[in-house]
Ligand binder design. Structure first.
Ligand SMILES: [Zn+2]
Length: 426
């Protein structure tokens, strides 16, 4: 299946307004204030490696942003400017949706799904003809579209117990692991609040050859937001990524996949292609800070099933598989399965398996569409450091007897768990 790709239609041009050659609605690159500091310590084109795998990063934060993890105000001049750049005749009048206190939808469907509401029907083909289809899978058999939501994974500095447990998994732990594990690249969906609180980790993500995409400022269900709130959620995240790393993302993922044609139309005009998934690890729901109560064994079981289904020929598709860099449990689970995935699938960033080479507005960025195992140059800048905080990287070590995946395992030690590695995988 060929997926028409709006991102491919413009080769990283700096044009402010992109008039589509197709019938798609025009897009624009948000205009940031000229007073915004220029990003430092970052590459200005795709960096094939080798990569900086030191474990110390600056803990300096970006300033001048709305409160982190709160719904950002819509009244600022910056947000209003972007709001006024949108052609509101090209934004369907879908309702601002409501959830009850348990997060259940008050009305969970539209007549004939006329706004292509993913949370209701998993719709990925907008009804509005001027919007491109969502990207949700890898078109080629055996491609494992790698992507992580909710990053960059910050350190904890407000809770000593959690810091002791979690900080060894905070970035750059996962990025260093990927660099050392077949030079693996991923598409990263960043929360603006996390970028502002830990911009050095976002710089590392970009410098390590990953794609940076938007995952909103405060992680709401986006169909519950007003038009102005949607603009603000996307704008502040775009700005945080731009200030930290110098790039303006052209891809985004709605939290919980909650998107309809109203939300899509605003995101599209702001330059953002909607990226979903077709396999879900549910890793976010495992017990850990910010997580839930799902047994890690259940997540392990899904990974095993997907591997077995591909090896047996039962599954002949490619997939975008939802994972998170959210906490120790999700990072640990990903580290555990990565080597086995790499033996089985063509593990490749979710954008790359869809042929997307230009995920930013800035010129000079061309990403490969394959995962290149061997780095070929040494163009890695050093970051601007003010204060630094050391992380101890989880070390591969002896398997804990009886450990299984993670949860019962211990970081990389969990990854040694013989029981899980040999269980049902031929
Ligand atoms: Zn998320």
């Amino acid at each position: 299946m060929l997926i028409a790709n709006a991102l491919l239609l413009v080769a990283g041009g700096a044009a402010q307004v992109y008039a589509a050659t197709s019938t798609l609605a025009p897009q624009f690159s948000p205009v940031f204030p000229s007073s915004m500091p220029k990003a430092t310590g970052v590459v200005t084109s795709y960096n094939p490696g080798p990569y900086d795998t030191t474990t110390k990063l600056s803990t300096a934060r970006l300033s001048g942003y709305p409160e982190a993890w709160a719904s950002p105000p819509t009244s600022s001049a910056e947000v209003k400017k972007v709001y006024n750049m949108i052609d509101w005749t090209k934004v369907p009048n879908a309702p601002v949706r409501k959830q009850d206190s348990n997060g259940n939808w008050v009305n969970d469907s539209d007549e004939n799904d006329k706004y292509c509401w993913w949370s209701s029907t998993n719709c990925v083909n907008p009804r509005a003809s001027y919007l491109p289809p969502d990207i949700y899978t890898c078109p080629n058999n055996g491609d494992w579209g790698l992507n992580y939501d909710d990053g960059p994974f910050n350190r904890y500095d407000d809770d000593e117990d959690e810091a002791a447990l979690e900080n060894k998994y905070a970035e750059p732990a996962l990025y260093n692991f990927l660099a050392k594990t077949n030079n693996q690249k991923a598409s990263l969906f960043y929360i603006g609040s996390n970028v502002v609180n830990y911009p050095a980790a976002a710089k590392r993500g970009l410098n390590d050859g990953h794609h940076l995409c938007v995952h909103t400022w405060s992680h709401p269900a986006m169909t519950t937001q007003t038009n102005a709130q949607i603009v603000a959620e996307l704008y502040w995240t775009l700005k945080a990524i731009k200030e930290a790393t110098g790039v303006t993302s052209r891809c985004w993922r709605p939290p919980q996949g909650d998107v309809d044609d109203r939300v899509r139309a605003i995101a599209h005009q702001m330059g953002l292609r909607t990226i979903l998934w077709d396999l879900d690890t549910n890793d976010w729901d495992m017990p850990a800070p910010g997580g839930g109560s799902l047994s890690p064994a259940k997540v392990d079981k899904d990974f095993k099933t997907w591997i077995n289904n591909f090896k047996s020929g039962k599954d002949k598709k490619g997939h975008i598989v939802l994972e998170h860099e959210l906490n120790s449990a999700t990072v640990n689970m990903s580290m555990f399965w990565m080597p086995k995935l790499q033996e089985t699938f063509n593990v490749i960033p979710a954008l790359a398996c869809n042929g997307i080479q230009n995920p930013y507005w800035e010129e000079g960025w061309v990403y490969p569409t394959a995962n290149v195992a061997q780095p070929t140059n040494t163009a890695t800048p050093t970051g601007t450091k003010t204060t630094t905080s050391a992380t101890s990287v989880p070390t591969p070590g002896t398997c804990t007897s009886g450990s299984y995946g993670l949860g019962k395992g211990d970081g990389y030690n969990g990854a040694c768990s013989a029981s899980a590695m040999v269980l049902s995988i031929p």
